[in-house]
Design a binder for this molecule. Structure first.
Ligand code: ATP
Length: 458
């Protein structure tokens, strides 16, 4: 039984009866009616998928004009209705005209049952895939809107940020590969999305892939996809992220974390602009714009032999170096006000501003965690503040972070929690704020390390 509702419209009772008898054996629901004037009511009452529409209604008419009129009317209600026209007169001209106006197919009366069934079951398939595409388009639009809301826009009026925005606007519309460098939390992802938003691909997908979180095993299946049976759990064919980003932008974050063998695999995809799903020999062409980011010093890594020079040359057609927050002057206050607004909305608060001492502290502090840290500090302050202004105390900034040498020494009776905090602090200092490296030294994932930084208020 085909899961579709067919509406048959014809002024001849015999036709309606034989259509009903035949079609109800195969289709979930069959609705019939004698006059196209009932179309509006019928379409609003039933979830109709296919409409089988006669071309002539008035006695003696055979030019099919009425049919064309009602066809247009139906498609003006919803262009995705699948309409099959029928007529007793074999008129090729009319068929062509009907198809041009959006009919899906045409059938001659008297019909052969097999032919009618074949036409309608093909129509049901078409309707089904139209519905699927519609659903996916809606999902895509809502994801895009959601994404745009999440990233909003780049906040910053300082000279370095203005310059970067100028470069961004120049290179975004080209298809050049862009490498974004900068410490953790400087806004690499925000810039990557901004590039996408100003590119020719802005209506396509923006696919973010955190390479740092992919294990060696998952890398290929996740990025390039796999064929059914390629490995035990491969129950069906699955496209990889490159294919899913078709026509859009793929943002490969933490590219400095890739091992040399994986760098070679990625290079070959970028060079050939094709992917091979695991377990499949076929090469699939890809059309994606590549944006990459890392907080690691890729040039130094090339010198040390831990990053391939040819891969670096492929990805860095244009390089954007995001400055640490402490080098952005009064952007700190702009960003702080921006986050104050965001969290006022989120927590239904109405805090007006920062008092002058709090502002001075925000400007003085050196922000090792950059914009992300500022965001967390303001969120916490919005939650904790009782008054209408955020004070120095509300910011709860750790004075140890002002100097470099204030780290505590290990004491014999140090509590476990303090010990953990000290280890985390030292690892971050040792790697100059490079979270990925500190995390790998501590044997933690980046997310786990971020949780500890939050927990210990570092
Ligand atoms: N210029 C900016 N304007 C507004 N928000 C920003 C800006 N820069 C960063 N943010 C916000 O700060 C947070 C951290 O930014 P983002 O994730 O882009 O940093 P990142 O450099 O990609 O970090 P990581 O290296 O840890 O992945 C995000 O919530 C982002 O929305």
């Amino acid at each position: 039984m085909i899961d579709a509702t067919v509406l048959v419209i014809d002024d001849d009772d015999d036709i309606l009866l034989s259509a009903r008898l035949l079609l109800k054996q195969h289709f979930q629901q069959v609705v019939t009616c004698k006059s196209p004037r009932e179309i509006n009511v019928l379409l609003s009452r039933n979830e109709v998928d296919i409409i089988l529409l006669d071309m002539n209604y008035q006695k003696g008419s055979s030019d099919g004009r009425e049919g064309l009129y009602w066809l247009e009317h139906i498609l003006s209600i919803d262009k995705d209705y699948v309409v099959i026209l029928m007529t007793a007169y074999g008129n090729v001209e009319l068929a062509v005209q009907a198809i041009k106006k959006g009919a899906t197919d045409f059938i001659l009366k008297p019909w052969e049952n097999e032919k009618l069934f074949a036409t309608l079951s093909a129509a049901a398939k078409l309707r089904h895939s139209n519905k699927k595409v519609n659903k996916l388009e809606k999902l895509h639009t809502s994801l895009q809107t959601d994404m745009a809301r999440r990233f909003e826009h780049i906040v910053g009026a300082s000279e370095p940020i203005q310059k970067l925005q100028g470069v961004l606007l120049k290179v975004a519309p080209t298809d050049a590969n862009i490498l974004i460098l900068g410490e953790n939390g400087t806004g690499k992802q925000v810039f990557a999305y901004e590039i996408h938003k100003h590119s020719q691909r802005k209506n396509g997908v923006f696919m973010h892939v955190d390479l740092g979180s992919l294990t060696e095993n998952l890398f290929e299946s996740e990025l390039f996809g796999y064929a059914k049976g390629a490995f035990t759990d491969a129950k069906e064919d699955k496209p990889g992220r490159f294919e899913m980003a078709e026509g859009g932008t793929i943002f490969l974050d933490e590219i400095g974390n890739l091992s040399l063998p994986l760098q070679a695999k990625l290079l070959s995809v970028i060079q050939n602009r094709t992917v091979n799903r695991l377990g499949e020999s076929r090469e699939r062409k890809i059309n994606v714009r590549l944006v990459t980011a890392t907080n690691m010093p890729l040039s130094e890594m090339v010198t040390k032999g831990t990053f391939r020079q040819d891969l670096l040359f492929r990805i860095n057609t244009v390089e954007l170096l995001l400055p640490p927050l402490s080098k952005r002057g009064s952007d700190i206050l702009l960003l702080a006000s921006h986050f104050l607004q965001t969290f006022n909305n989120k927590y239904h608060r109405n805090i007006q501003k920062f008092d002058s001492k709090a502002e001075a502290l925000l400007l003085r502090y050196h922000w090792p965690g950059n914009v992300r840290e500022l965001q967390h500090v303001i969120e916490r302050a919005v939650i904790m503040t009782d008054g209408l202004q955020i004070t120095e105390e509300d910011l709860q900034l750790n004075p140890q972070k002002f100097g470099g040498n204030a780290a505590p020494t290990v004491q014999e009776e140090m509590a476990l929690g303090d010990m953990e905090k000290l280890m985390v602090q030292r690892a971050i200092e040792k790697h100059k704020g490079n979270i990925s490296r500190a995390a790998s030294e501590l044997g933690l994932t980046r997310a786990a390390l971020y949780r500890r930084i939050e927990k210990f208020d570092l």
